[in-house]
Design a protein around this ligand. Sequence first.
Ligand code: SF4
Length: 285
Amino acid sequence: MQDEFAGMPPKLYAASPSRLLALVDCPRRYRMQYLDRPRPEQRPQRAHTSFGLAVHNALRDWWDLPRDRRTASAGRELVRESWIDVGFRDPEQSAQWRRRAQEHVTAYLAGVDPDDHPTGIERTVSFVSGALRVTGRIDRLDDRDGELVVVDYKTSQKPLGETDARTSLPMALYAAAVWKMFRRPCLRVELHHVTSGEVVEHTHTPESLTRKVDEAKSIARDAQRADADYAERGVESTLFPPVVGPLCTWCDFRAHCPEGQTAGPEKSGWAALEPTEVPRAVEVG
Ligand code: SF4
C-alpha cells in the first residue's frame, strides 16, 4: 500500500493569509474561529469594521458606474448606499462617521483616473507552493505600463509606515499569487490609506517574496499539525494555548476565553474610531 502512494504529492493545506496570521496571533482564537463547530458566537461587529467595509464597498462599486457617472463626488452616494449602521455608540456617531467616510472616499477618488480601469477589483487569487495552497482576495490589481501592482485599501485611523507594506505577509502572498496566475513578475505592493490619502509602497525582490512564501509555509505546517491534533483530541488538544495580551481586549471570542478576560476591560464597539494603537489583527482590509 505504501508503495502505491509513494511519489504522490503531499496533501495540500489550504489557507487564507488571515487564517495563517490568526494562528500566529493566538492559537486559541484560531481554534474557535476555524475549528470549533458549532463556532462560538462572536461579539457583534465593531464600528470601525462597518466604516472600513463601507469604504471598501464604495471604492469597489465606483468602477461599476457608467463612465459618465464615475466622478469623485459619486463616491459620496456610494458610501451612503453601502453604509453599515452597526457598532456605533449612537445614531449621531454613525452619521458623523458616515460623513467622514464620504469625505475620505471623495478625496481619494479625486486622485484616481476613471478611465484607467484596474486589471482586478476584489479579485480572488490563489497559488500552490509545496504543500500549501494560499487563497485570498485583493482589493485592487493595477497594470501600470506593464507592471502589475497589488493595491490594498486601509481605513485605520493611525498612520502607516513603509514597514507596513514591506513586512505584510498577506501583501507578499498576493503578489506571489498574481505572479503565478498572470505568469508575469509582480513585486510592487501598495497600501492606500484612504483616511489620509497617503500611499505606502514596497517593491519586493524575488528573494524577499520567496522568504515570505517560506514563512507562510512554515506557519501552514504548524497549522496542519494543530488541525490534525484537534481532529484527534478536540478541545483537549494542547496545541491551542491562549496568548493573553493587548489583542484580548479587542478579541471577538473573549466571552468564551476566561484567560483572555484577565487582560483588561473589553474595548467598546467604537474604540478603534479614535487614533490609537489598534493591533494589526483588529484592522479592516
Ligand atoms: S481573548 Fe485573548 S487569549 Fe483568548 S482567544 Fe482572544 S486573543 Fe486569544
